[in-house]
Design a protein around this ligand. Structure first.
Ligand code: WT7
Length: 664
């Protein structure tokens, strides 16, 4: 990139924490100073919040960078920390999971019950020949058994590899093969959009090409008929009849806990490896600090799927390590009606809600009347994760979900970082809409230019992490070179080859520091546009568009342009009842182009804006820019104003896939 990212957007609103929350917050401003004074001692204290079978000898071994070892010599059992210790402390009757199936069936599972189920699953897996170090693939819908399966693996030291239930047989095959998984845990299917959606046939197809798989454990969820082979075992005939007695063995702090595949843009997926002690320390600490979890009174709900890292760290490990009560929901937000999320908040009196910007923008599009129809007064804290949340979506979330008064924690992190890295602390930070604000205590993040120099306040560039952190990925499964190449070769010692230089992790995201030094994420650097020699962030142009009252959601791409190198092409979804036909549409487009120019400067004025009813997204909610770029480049769209009925829209729609979608 020839120059650092331009710093265009200027957002000045700021919202201090509610006094009551601040007064009782789990973590206060002191944490920053404490961590800065002695970062390793700080993390050591956070590790002390867990229960260890053997104390560590050394907090961090960074003698062979970028391969870190945390809490060296320490031993613990991750599942013990999430279950047994709560039961032993007399909290066995506390609800761990309020589960809500999409059809409306429910299950209430206490910590004691979750512990028993996990012990049974651990015994069943052991009976199937799974031993510590073996890999187990998990391909399940959002049913409690997904959490049980993960915890059972953790309990016996098996490494789980959860594959999102929306992935195809081919993706599942690749992931099973890459990790040589010995067992697959799946279900007949799950419920999605009011219908049973089968999973077992996909597993059958995958397993046919995966000789490593010896057994398939099948949860019965939908009751639909499934094909059966000699490798298959019903969960209810194996796990649910197994002994509930199981003593958790302690494993090394660096024992592998899970592999989670993350897709690059085009490359084959990377198996991100996380280990035990450091991962659980940071997942548990960040859940405690950023969600301000009060196990006595909170009802927490993270709407992510367990197939993403958010589900790993903030449905399973972080919340359960903290002993909190949570809600788990199987289905989609619009089944059977568009108020389903708010109905669930109301029903379970949810106090903390953690969701994604894509969902917030969808809710915006559906209109504020929908949340207004439910009692959301139990909520006290809101969270966001997965992509930059544009200021208007942030404001809508605060206004229409948070009664205009709740704090919002915009949490930046990655599959690779394992836990949250940059986020407000809800009792401390005066948050700005759209900014992830500052690195959490114990995390050293920075924004640097091409040369790896820290940019001054007001500047933009690349987001990096300057010091190792406990829940960092340890490697890419089976490919140490790719690990070094992908994350450690852009800046620092990995780039210079000079052993004196520090090792610097490159996250792949563009970011800027505002005048107060607060961090704004600008999306993946692959998404940055180069317009007439200026680097412009897609996120900023999208935010500018969404700040117009007629726009609910926007996606921006750089399309090849003969004069400017790249030109800005925007796709915008109009809000609610906006008139988009004919002349009205043309007028709106002209207005939006001017609005962006006024907000960000003339350089950011889109060459074209297309009004669309939907945007193509991956199932984790990320906009499929590659597809939009194709649309923007391969067609001369000249005077097209609305695309609702055009073949271009069909192309966009085809990328959305009704069923299985791949991200790799
Ligand atoms: C990428 C990581 C973190 C769990 C879910 C996604 C983007 C994530 C934010 C945020 C701006 C964000 C980044 C990051 N991202 N959170 N709060 N603000 N961008 O995990 O699939 O590994 O994706 O998601 O681009 O690098 P993931």
């Amino acid at each position: 990139m020839s120059e650092a990212l331009a710093n265009l957007l200027n957002e000045t609103r700021q919202f201090p924490p509610p006094a009551e929350l601040a007064a009782a917050a789990n973590v206060t401003a002191d944490a920053y100073g404490e961590a800065e004074a002695d970062r390793l001692a700080f993390w050591e204290r956070q590790a002390g919040r867990l229960s260890w079978a053997k104390q560590w000898d050394q907090v961090l071994d960074w003698s062979n960078p970028p391969f870190a070892k945390w809490f060296v010599g320490g031993q613990l059992n991750v599942a013990y920390n999430c279950l047994d210790r709560h039961v032993e402390a007399g909290r066995g009757d506390k609800v761990a999971i309020h589960w809500e199936g999409e059809p409306g069936d429910t299950r209430t599972i206490t910590y004691a019950e979750l512990h028993e189920l996990t012990c049974q699953a651990a015994n069943a897996l052991t009976d199937l020949g799974v031993v510590a170090g073996d890999r187990v693939a998990i391909y399940l819908p959002m049913v409690p058994e997904a959490a049980v399966a993960m915890l059972a693996c953790a309990r016996i030291g098996a490494t789980h590899s959860v594959v999102f239930g929306g992935f195809s047989a081919e993706s599942l095959t690749n992931r099973i093969q890459d990790a040589s998984a010995k067992v697959v845990i799946t279900a007949d299917g799950g419920y999605r959009r009011g219908k049973p959606s089968a999973l077992k046939p996909t597993v059958d197809e995958a397993v046919a090409n995966c000789p490593s798989v010896e057994h398939v454990l099948v949860v019965r969820r939908t009751g639909e008929e499934v094909a059966w082979s000699a490798k298959d075992h019903w969960w209810h005939e194996t796990v649910e009849v197994a002994s509930t007695a199981h003593t958790a063995e302690a494993f090394d702090a660096e024992h592998p806990l899970f592999i989670l595949y993350t897709s690059g843009t085009t490359a084959r997926p990377k198996g991100i490896l996380h280990t035990s002690g450091g991962y659980l320390t940071q997942a548990a600490y960040t859940a405690h600090a950023v969600f301000d979890l009060k196990p006595e009174s909170d009802v927490y709900w993270c709407t992510a799927d367990i197939g993403w890292v958010t589900g790993h760290s903030y449905i399973v490990y972080g919340p359960l390590a903290n002993g909190v009560t949570q809600v788990m929901y199987e289905g989609t937000p619009d089944t059977p009606h568009k108020g389903r999320f708010w109905e669930i908040v109301d029903k379970y009196q949810v106090t903390i809600l953690y969701t994604a910007p894509t969902l917030i923008r969808t809710m915006m599009k559906w209109g504020e009347d929908i949340p207004a129809g439910f009692d959301l007064s139990s909520l006290r804290l809101l969270g966001s994760v997965g992509e930059p949340i544009n200021p208007e979506a942030w404001m809508w979330y605060r206004q229409h979900v948070g009664r205009g008064e709740l704090p919002i924690v915009d949490t930046w992190w990655q599959t690779e970082t394992g836990s949250m890295m940059i986020s407000p602390l809800p009792g401390v930070t005066a948050a700005k809409p759209g900014s992830a604000m500052t690195p959490l205590p114990g995390v050293v993040a920075d924004v640097v230019d091409d040369q790896g120099q820290s940019v001054p306040n007001g500047g933009g560039g690349y987001l990096v992490l300057r010091e190792p952190w406990p829940s960092m990925l340890r490697t890419i499964w089976g490919d140490d070179n790719r690990f070094i190449e992908t994350y450690w070769s852009r800046f620092g010692a990995g780039a210079s080859g000079n052993a004196e230089d520090p090792w610097i992790y490159f996250a792949g995201d563009g970011a800027k520091k505002d005048d107060d030094g607060h961090i704004w994420l600008l999306g993946r650097v692959d998404d940055v546009m180069l317009v007439s020699g200026h680097n412009i962030s897609t996120t900023e142009v999208e935010s500018a568009l969404v700040s117009h009252p007629s726009v609910a959601e926007a996606a921006v791409v750089g399309a090849t342009d003969p004069t400017t190198g790249q030109a800005i092409v925007a796709f915008a979804i109009p809000r609610g009842t906006t008139e988009t036909g004919g002349e009205a549409g043309e007028q709106l487009i002209a207005e939006l182009r001017n609005h962006v120019a006024k907000t960000l400067g003339p350089i950011a004025k889109p060459r074209q804006i297309m009004l669309v009813p939907e945007l193509p997204k991956t199932r984790s909610g990320k906009i499929m820019r590659r597809l939009l770029r194709d649309v923007a480049e391969n067609r001369s769209l000249g005077d097209v104003t609305t695309l609702q009925d055009s073949s271009v829209m069909e192309l966009i729609a085809s990328g959305m896939g009704g069923g299985k979608s791949d991200e790799d």
